[in-house]
Design a protein. Structure first.
Length: 255
């Protein structure tokens, strides 16, 4: 049984750089870009195998592979003491993270029902840029961290600590006990320009259509919004998340 499949030049390249997963690179043709990846694979000790376009399409059940894919070995997935996590990430479960927390400007992101894998990938990419400590996603009613997410994130999912939790509400309670202030993104919330976003911060983004669930909303300490004057009533969730991440880190004077 094969492990996780990765497509996209950026995601494969970043995976090879981290060397966090065993596997094989399958390729059907050599281009200038794929040659760089194949050379890196050779230097890192990865096996490469030339196959037909049809064979690659069967592996990933998609035709948007650009002639190269990475297939992780099923045995390369590691388990932490809580039974979760993947060998291809700097994975730390929530309990361990909180037990070892010593930063006054810690930053965690919770995604409350983001179901589009492209949005999840874009948010993970921004999370890497703004050094979010952790991204929490629910086990149900959420996009999964898969090949599409990895490709959209341009390989950032190899660096961002992504945790799947069964209960978002319980995770929020744990974070509050650790001194985090929880901000939920909402169109009717207080402007981020006038909100103090320093200290330990959790940013909660709701689903693409309905926003935050009512239970999640009630557990937030404050609701925040992005001041805007456009004709469309809201920003895409991944765009909004990126703007809010920037403002949080700007106020924390993070560099």
């Amino acid at each position: 049984m094969k492990g996780t499949v990765y497509t996209g030049f950026h995601s494969i390249e970043e995976l090879l750089k981290k060397k966090k997963s065993d596997g094989i690179i399958y390729y059907s043709k050599i281009s200038k870009r794929s040659a760089v990846i194949l050379d890196l694979a050779k230097k890192q000790g990865y096996r490469t195998l030339k196959v037909s376009e049809v064979e690659i399409s069967k592996i990933i059940e998609d035709t948007s592979h650009r002639g190269i894919v990475f297939v992780g070995s099923s045995g390369s997935v590691s388990k932490n003491k809580k039974g979760g996590g993947s060998g291809r990430k700097n994975h730390t479960d929530l309990d361990t993270y909180l037990d070892n927390l010593n930063s006054d400007n810690a930053f965690v992101i919770i995604l409350d029902g983001v179901t589009d894998p492209h949005n999840l990938g874009a948010i993970i990419r921004s999370s890497d840029q703004f050094y979010a400590d952790m991204v929490l996603i629910p086990s149900r009613n959420s996009a999964k961290d898969n090949a599409t997410v990895s490709k959209t994130s341009a390989g950032a999912d190899n660096y961002v600590n992504i945790n799947v939790v069964t209960n978002i509400s319980r995770a929020m309670d744990q974070l509050k006990k650790a001194g985090f202030w929880i901000y939920g993104a909402d169109m009717n919330g207080t402007s981020i320009n006038t909100t103090n976003l320093t200290g330990r911060v959790v940013l909660v983004m709701g689903s693409e259509g309905k926003g935050l669930r009512e239970l999640t909303r009630t557990k937030c300490d404050n609701l925040i919004s992005i001041p805007a004057k456009g004709h469309v009533d809201s920003l895409n969730v991944s765009v909004a998340a990126g703007i809010m991440m920037y403002e949080i880190r700007r106020q924390q004077d993070f560099s």
